[in-house]
Write a protein that binds this ligand. Sequence first.
Ligand SMILES: *Cc1c(COP(=O)(O)O)cnc(C)c1O
Length: 467
Amino acid sequence: MQYVSTRGAAPALNFEDVVLTGLARDGGLYVPEAWPQISGQDLSDWAGLSYADLAVKVMTPFVGDSLDHDAFNEIVHASYRAPDVFHHAAVTPLQQLDSNEWLLELFHGPTLAFKDVALQLLGRLFEAILARRGSHITIVGATSGDTGSAAIEACRDRENIKIFMLHPAGRVSEVQRRQMTTVLSDNVVNIAVEGTFDDCQALVKSMFGDLAFRDRVNLAAVNSINWARVMAQIVYYVQTVIALGGRQDRPIDFSVPTGNFGDVFAGYVAAQMGVPISKLVVATNINDILSRALNQGDYSCGQVQPTMSPSMDIQVSSNFERLLFDLYGRDGAEVNSLMQRFVQSRSLELGPDQLAQAHKQFTAARVDEAQTSGAIADVLAQSGVLIDPHTAVGIAAGRKQRNDEHVPLVTLATAHPAKFPDAVERATGQRPGLPPHMADLFDREERYETLPNDLGVVRNYVEGLAG
Ligand SMILES: *Cc1c(COP(=O)(O)O)cnc(C)c1O
């Protein structure tokens, strides 16, 4: 399997190089040159497989022969081991809400959010590839709270990887800070920056822009444009379709709380592979660039507005470029000129043909804060289940867009309610408790360094500790 850049001007790479490279040299994102196919026979043959065994079947065509099959098999089984890595034997279990409505629980990993599903695999892939090449990397990231902990859990104690995570001092919730700072592994360094999240991001960007520094420490990123993250997320769509019957003549709708368009793009890939998926509902909060793009063709940036679903408070959806590539007939030059225009004007418009093409697979809805709280309260009243605000955006959008009750509707539950206890308590009067494996989070020892918002100081600190 070879991968091509969405902007058409970077060399084609194999899987291993794509995992290590992240962003293509022409500024594009890597996608497989063709979508592997899953047949109806495959779906019925795969019924009853464990999550890890199914994951190997689904992902092997994307890996090709760039990794040894037995080694890949071992990595996948280690990533989805239960109950110590994922705290549920099914890894991503389905929970029934109504006669034909379901929740796909993606929050049973180490940090209680869906990013664990992909990052647990990515950390182990990095480790295996680096060992084979005899090299090492330094990962530097910035977090406003949620993704930092998933990246740290994915990289902790891994050989040849050192991870530095910057967070704005005093500006992340205590649960979020402790999920990062109580990881005391030697290869994990938490830095509290005396500044805002934007300051942290600017520092990281400057370090990546300093090419000499970048080469000295082998700087790498684990952000959501990495193809391996999308690939890992295809698996639970396939698992769900199989669990609900797996029949080509009975396709399923999914509603996906969306920020960077990674998770819902994985659903699109599953559909391209032949998995019977009817509609994918792109669920956004009031930061609605994606629902405007898919409803009116208007992909233009506004100001980020803070909401109770902060992991979806975005301005630009980086993975959307992967969909644009398909909508524009896989013409890299065309995507390149679109993206150049977007950088200049902060806006681009989808043509009528592209919009019609997108509507074959996607619908989209925007959910405001009152509707989000309403959905949390409704699901508790109707089904006795507490959901987090991100999941609630998915529920509200899915129900809004639903036009056939005979089609099963599955909403992706992207975070455990205990990650957002204040919003859940405001909506329901109930305060969700941390699951048993995290119950002692507030008693654990913390370790982090506080540094000024100063590029020279932070960069020297990173270089001093990088392997
Ligand atoms: C990251 C995140 C999302 C958005 O996922 P994308 O792949 O960026 O669309 C939704 N919910 C939660 C809880 C997240 O952490």
